[in-house]
Design a protein around this ligand. Structure first.
Ligand code: XBP
Ligand code: MG
Length: 258
């Protein structure tokens, strides 16, 4: 018998919303300016820095590979942590201004899944406050409660591409990977979800178009809407059965549950 799909597990940055270029990147630069640093992360440089997940980890990677002359203070970790706190404030302020919308189809799919009693969780490397701000300012104050588990930030030391954050979320939900499906947008993301044993649906964005998604069950430009068809970039067209946007029925087919 086929196993019923019991839960949808969502990545946040790049998947629910295009947060990186006009959100996180801008917030990092504002934090650097405020601290009197001349660091300036261009759109192009930020694409390279995205190789490393986690804002604190990304700043250290920048210093190690792109700004090796910088003479940091003795307590580098504390310095980075302070900068990161400032960045989080700038980022959540940007979200509060309503500057970053959800991607096409996200709100529709979340609402359909919720209405049909499908369980939902979040597995992200970003800071919990960022998830809360994004959900609150796009879907409303109660929307955090739509997700049974919000696995975020430093709850696991090893961030994506390690499997840990997905494994942690599934443990909290008492579910095995066979009962779940993941939604991701990046190579580090799918490495993490696949290592956790999850089937994964990808929606790409400008930063991740060229990533390796050979392990995905489907790769789309976005989730699509009834009046705005998605484009299939990789996957078995037969399984679509004429669908041109991602709804729960198609998700269940991709999970092998229908
Ligand atoms: C996105 C990330 C994060 C954000 C920055 O991860 O890599 O590091 O860019 O967030 P995901 P913080 O797609 O898994 O959500 O600065 O809060 O770490
Ligand atoms: Mg992502």
């Amino acid at each position: 018998m086929k196993q019923a799909l019991q839960a949808l597990l969502f990545d946040v940055d790049g998947t629910l919303a295009d947060t990186e270029r006009d959100g996180h990147r801008v917030a990092f630069n504002l934090a650097f300016q405020k601290a009197g640093l001349d660091w300036d992360w261009s759109v192009e440089l930020y694409g390279k820095l995205l190789a490393v997940t986690g804002g604190k980890e990304r700043m250290k990677y920048y210093l190690q590979h792109f700004n090796t002359d910088f003479e940091g203070p003795d307590k580098l970790d504390a310095f980075i942590a302070e900068l990161h706190q400032s960045k989080t404030t700038f980022y959540t302020d940007l979200l509060a201004e309503g500057r970053i919308p959800l991607r096409p189809g996200v709100e529709r799919l979340l609402k359909e899944a919720r209405a049909k009693g499908m369980r939902m969780g979040i597995a992200t490397t970003t800071t919990p406050a960022n998830v809360q701000a994004l959900l609150t300012h796009t879907l409303g104050a109660d929307s955090e409660s739509w997700f049974e588990v919000i696995a975020a930030g430093d709850v696991v030391p090893a961030k994506k591409p390690a499997a840990d954050i997905y494994t942690w979320a599934m443990e909290k939900m008492g579910l095995s990977p066979e009962a779940c499906i993941a939604f991701e947008d990046s190579e580090n993301g799918i490495k993490s979800s696949v290592a956790a044993g999850l089937r994964t649906i990808i929606t790409v964005n400008d930063y991740t178009l060229e990533h390796d998604f050979s392990d995905a069950v489907l790769v789309l430009n976005n989730m699509g809407e009834p009046d705005q068809a998605f484009t299939v970039l990789q996957g078995d067209e037969n399984i679509l059965d004429g669908a041109n946007y991602l709804d729960l029925e198609l998700v269940q087919r991709l999970a092998g549950a229908l």
